[in-house]
Design a protein around this ligand. Sequence first.
Ligand SMILES: *[C@@H]1O[C@H](CO)[C@@H](O)[C@H](O)[C@H]1NC(C)=O
Length: 148
Amino acid sequence: MHHLLQLSALLCAVLLQGAICDTLDDPCQIMPQGPPDAHTTIDVQADPTCHNGTFWWNYPRGFIRLHFQHKTSPYFLVCLKDYLGGSIFKLYDVTSDMKHAMPSVTPDSSKEVCTNAHHFGIVILFEASGSMKYMGEVAYRIQPIYPV
Ligand SMILES: *[C@@H]1O[C@H](CO)[C@@H](O)[C@H](O)[C@H]1NC(C)=O
């Protein structure tokens, strides 16, 4: 799949000017190269200027800690919903030392799953266990909490 993405990027550069090219350039679309095996955890940073976007993990296996930062409000939460196959992930809010299990997103994409409110940073652990899938993608949204 990474070869396919490289090929797509190449095609964008030399041939095409379409929606797929915009997608590849979008800093709010997080498309990490996952860990090499099912026992490894890697850390991935979301672009702190992004208020929403997607997290797209190809051939997911193992664990990804996704780090969010938000500049405009000290307290915020992160809400996730299914985008495409995102229900395969087990989700944990691991911002603090305590590991809080979150519900998985459901294929009903209108329903959101949110972390607790934290300040300055939020970390969500994505676990991809079970049978290997082609991909999983969730949409994320930063929800600032303004003082009243
Ligand atoms: C991000 O927010 C914009 C504006 O509300 C919306 O049009 C877009 O669909 C959102 N993107 C995702 C991936 O949810």
